[in-house]
Design a protein around this ligand. Structure first.
Ligand SMILES: [Zn+2]
Length: 523
């Protein structure tokens, strides 16, 4: 199968028809392609990145005007086919004796593994989002169709977690977060959804030739064993960020005529195993993948560190770092998001895009969980951005303080010796962030609309947020302590904990700050 010429990407068309397309059919006019239809959520995110990487590599617009033209009227499938054609030689999936997509240039020997080893697995229990049920455990997957195999290979290479001695992590570290721009207005086509994430050539230099600088599998692997080397952004073309290949893999074993254990499709032959070896490309140095947010050391001493999924999920307390910049910890939005915030967004009068963030919560080699969230972003002047960063962090900080107090007091109500109690309080946190999220984003929209020369945020904003926090903290406390009755319910202890909750809440510095600002006009 050739991943440029053949139809293999699972999609949904405008009338709901499920189909498979070749990448160049993205802009089919008859019954337009609307969405990717992958069998697993991590595949969904990976297929988006495959298409974005391909378009960025082969069909980047010359400048922003050019970008806008194609946004308004997409290129024909023929034009895309012609552009992608120059990469087709590198996108053969099954080519035992030659160049094969994301597979090592020369790997005659290695450890043989069952095909399920390509999947980044999540344990079946401990699921938070329903979509996690789509993850399938080892053993249940014995054969994969070519489409799922290609996707699994790409997903692993782009997200590669730690894999044991010398089995390298991905170019942006193990299990990074990805943030993609998505159109706010539905329905939007898959072309629009991907095109939003493409840089123009003035902003990001294209590659003169498509060689191993871009697609590392086109030449002998830059090994990283004892005699080997690291691979930094100075060693290869920046486009390799989209095509990083930390693992040395060759697809090997096949079975005939069966159905795929992931998507259920049948195909002439299925992949059942692969060959692998350690000490593949060791990405090091100041890599910054354009679709991933990073933490930057304020003193520039440490390398930028990609943000990862975290226990507890992606909630609005992460918004600053994912959508703009969090000055407290140095988190900064992905380059593509910054580009929208500072430049691309200018073309659009209203906020026309949002961000879609996703990634695993990795526990070393295992995926604990898969998270995804959608957040608003805004095109703003520099002054407005600074204001918004300041105001949003005031609101977020107050919420962070309050959830800490809430957690402690619920523990005190629940346990005789709360300090020794190890109980999992993450459900409390989650409730708190979920219940305050809508209000936060409502206020954020209001704040984003204020002109740049606004000195202080309006007192009503602080009042509103104070009310939200106050209401939520007591509601959650009540329901956690009174509604669910533990066996040794101690009413006295609960009342004492509640009194102390009240004291700590109203006495907290961040809350007092809100209250002062609520009254600022009167002063
Ligand atoms: Zn399949």
């Amino acid at each position: 199968m050739n991943l440029i010429n053949d139809a293999w990407i699972p999609v949904i068309r405008a009338d709901g028809l499920k189909d498979q397309i070749a990448p160049w059919q993205l802009t089919d006019e008859n019954n337009p392609v609307m969405e990717i239809n992958a069998p697993r959520p991590d595949f969904q995110g990976a297929l988006y990145q495959f298409l974005i990487g391909l378009i960025q590599t082969c069909f980047a617009p010359e400048d922003e005007d050019d970008w806008l033209d194609y946004w308004e009227s997409p290129p024909t499938p023929d034009a895309l086919k012609q552009a992608f054609d120059k990469a087709a030689f590198a996108f053969e999936l099954d080519n035992p004796d030659g160049i094969a997509f994301m597979q090592d240039y020369d790997l005659p020997e290695g450890e043989n593994k069952p095909i399920a080893g390509l999947l980044i697995d999540a344990p079946g229990s401990k699921t938070i989002k329903d979509n996690l049920d789509h993850f399938i455990k080892h053993g249940q997957v014995n054969q994969l169709c070519p489409s799922c195999t290609a996707t699994a290979l790409f997903t692993l290479q782009t997200n590669a977690p730690a894999g044991g001695v010398g089995h390298r992590v991905g170019l942006r570290g193990g299990g990074p977060l990805t943030t993609l721009l998505i159109p706010k207005e539905e329905p939007s086509t898959l072309w629009q959804k991907t095109w939003l994430n493409i840089f123009n050539q003035e902003d990001k230099e294209p590659a003169d030739t498509l060689d191993a600088q871009v697609f590392p599998w086109l030449a002998e692997t830059r090994l990283s064993d004892k005699k080997g080397q690291i691979t930094t952004p100075l060693d290869v073309h920046w486009l390799q960020a989209y095509w990083g290949m930390p693992r040395r893999i060759r697809l090997a074993d096949k079975t005939e005529q069966q159905s795929c254990d992931l998507c259920g499709q049948s195909a002439e032959s299925m992949f059942s195993g692969y060959r692998t070896q350690n000490y593949g490309i060791n990405y090091d140095g100041a890599w910054v993948h354009p679709l991933t947010p990073y933490r930057f050391d304020p003193k520039d001493k440490e390398l930028p560190l990609s943000l990862k999924g975290q226990q507890g999920g992606l909630v609005f307390r992460h918004w600053l770092g994912l959508a703009l910049q969090d000055e407290e910890n140095g988190d900064r939005a992905a380059e593509i998001v910054q580009f929208f915030n500072n430049e691309r967004g200018r073309e659009f009068h209203s906020a026309m895009a949002a961000i879609w963030c996703f990634g695993y919560d990795m526990d070393n080699m295992k995926a604990r969980c898969w998270y995804e969230s959608r957040f608003p972003i805004f095109y703003l002047s520099e002054q407005q951005q600074n204001n918004l960063m300041h105001w949003a962090s005031e609101l977020i900080n107050a919420a962070r303080e309050v959830v800490k107090i809430l957690r402690t007091q619920i523990k005190e109500a629940w346990f005789k010796r709360p300090k020794d109690a190890k109980g999992d309080m993450s459900a409390i946190d989650r409730q708190f962030w979920e219940r305050t999220e809508a209000d936060f984003f409502r206020l954020l929209e209001q704040l984003a609309r204020l002109p740049g020369d606004t000195g202080l945020a309006p007192p009503e904003i602080y009042q509103d947020w104070f009310n939200t926090l106050q209401r939520t903290v007591f509601q959650i406390f009540e329901s956690a302590t009174l509604a669910s009755v533990p066996e040794d319910l101690d009413l006295k202890r609960i009342i004492a904990a509640k009194n102390s909750l009240r004291k700590k809440f109203y006495g907290n510095k961040a809350i007092k700050n809100l209250k002062t600002k609520m009254q600022q006009e009167a002063a």
